[in-house]
Design a protein around this ligand. Sequence first.
Ligand code: 5GP
Length: 207
Amino acid sequence: MNEFLPRGWGVQGERGIAFVITGPSGAGKSSVIAALLRRDPKLAFSVSATTRPKRPDEVDGRDYYFVSEAAFDRLVAEGKLLEWTTYQGHRYGTPRSEVVDRLALGQDVVLNVEVRGALAILNAGLSHPVVLVFMVPPTRDELIRRIRARGTESPDILQARLAIANEEVKLIPAFHYLVVNDDLAAAVARVEAIVAAERARIVPWPT
Ligand code: 5GP
């Protein structure tokens, strides 16, 4: 702790902070987070559990814990998940240990979750600060282009994803920060500015 701080005060960066990155499919959350983790070794990624099949470029335990439906049921029944949801037919959940244990050690944790999961983390009663970042593409046209680029050929699926995105952006006012992802490096720099500002925030400190 800095010696100029009066007794009973600290800066938030001395404790663990949970940075929750959310936004519609196509916002580019995963790429921004990957760059962020490479640049800041003090950030730890919260690896979610999912029942979705592994993609070829993904690594079990790094990108997700890929689990069976039965194993996911057990995680839910045993209260091991901080929150969980069903998204496009598969279940995704945040293991309590990924977040709570690291925060307790004073590490900052980064989460990549969909919009309702982000709000669930805020309301999960963590005894550490939770910072909610909502990421969007610069325009609706660009959102459509990025969803198409993900191999969404069928107009029905495209329409369904756009409809979900339209519902999600209505929840933006519940978030703390909006980051426009027009360019990867610029978006990473914006999130880094948020991380730096939150670490420098002066807060009452239990003595
Ligand atoms: P994908 O299958 O493309 O990796 O992820 C689909 C969506 O699930 C993304 O919006 C991602 O942020 C979200 N997601 C990943 N892990 C979790 C989780 O643990 N909880 C919630 N609520 N959403 C998650």
